[in-house]
Ligand binder design. Structure first.
Ligand SMILES: *Cc1c(COP(=O)(O)O)cnc(C)c1O
Length: 245
């Protein structure tokens, strides 16, 4: 049996599940685009495949998904290697430890979580050593609470300097900004602040037009506030098993 044969058995069942998830996500995207008066073509859907096997990545690719997101280096590196024959764009959406920079730049096309100068330096060195140009997004911390948990991200006031550092770093290309909506706040309000931060970055760096925002629960609010990239896991692939370290 070749890869081109239609899958059968459990693989066919999983393919049908993923196709249904994708259809429902596309329906929600279309609805939000209509409401916002935006064309679907402005949006890139990233399938967040963390905790799911490479076989799911393969099935999603067969369903037309071109962008995949992962948040843990070891898992991502293995999956990217298993799927090296597929024409996929790989997004690293987790927090990057500086000692993982070398590994991450080997497979990631776009790193979403750049939030400190030391990481810019580590990614730049690694990208140059690998002979690659890696796209980067400044991760913005939208949480305004004094006692906010540290979920990564630069404060909005720190973003211009980080953007400047990325734009100047050899081997890296500043592509825009990324954020996760803070817990306990209307995501639309948070994404509106992200749009302001993105606009300020774009004013200085016209090519940096990516706004990575919106997940399974808040993709409509992200689309209404200018998102260009959606990171969707649960709604496509199902609820993840709790991650055990
Ligand atoms: C896991 C993850 C997602 C996907 O979240 P879902 O709610 O499953 O869609 C998006 N962004 C980041 C940064 C993630 O870690």
């Amino acid at each position: 049996m070749s890869d081109l044969d239609p899958p059968s058995g459990p693989r066919a069942d999983r393919r049908a599940e993923l196709a249904a998830g994708l259809a429902e996500v596309e329906r929600r995207i279309a609805e939000a685009c209509r409401a916002a008066g935006r064309p679907r073509a402005e949006l890139t859907l990233i399938a967040v495949t963390k905790t799911y096997p490479a076989s799911d990545v393969r099935l999603l690719a067969g369903l037309g998904v071109a962008d995949v997101g992962e948040n843990r280096d070891q898992e991502a590196a293995a999956k990217a290697a298993e799927c090296a024959d597929l024409a996929l764009t790989w997004h690293f959406i987790g927090q990057v430890q500086t000692n993982k920079a070398r590994s991450v730049v080997a497979y990631a096309d776009l790193v979403h979580g750049v939030d400190r100068p030391r990481l810019v330096a580590a990614l730049s060195r690694a990208a140059v050593a690998a002979g690659r140009e890696v796209g980067c997004l400044v991760q913005v911390d939208l949480d305004q609470r004094a006692d906010r948990p540290d979920r990564g991200g630069a404060r909005p006031a720190e973003v211009p300097a980080l953007a400047e550092a990325l734009a100047a770093a050899p081997g890296l290309r500043l592509r825009g900004v990324m954020a996760v909506a803070p817990l306990g706040e209307d995501p639309a309000a948070a994404f509106a602040r992200l749009a302001d931060v993105a606009q300020a970055v774009q004013k200085e760096h016209p090519g940096a037009d990516v706004i990575s925002a919106g997940m399974s629960g808040d993709l409509a609010q992200a689309i209404a506030n200018g998102a260009t990239h959606l990171r969707v896991g649960t709604a496509l692939l199902g609820r993840r098993k709790p991650f055990v370290r």
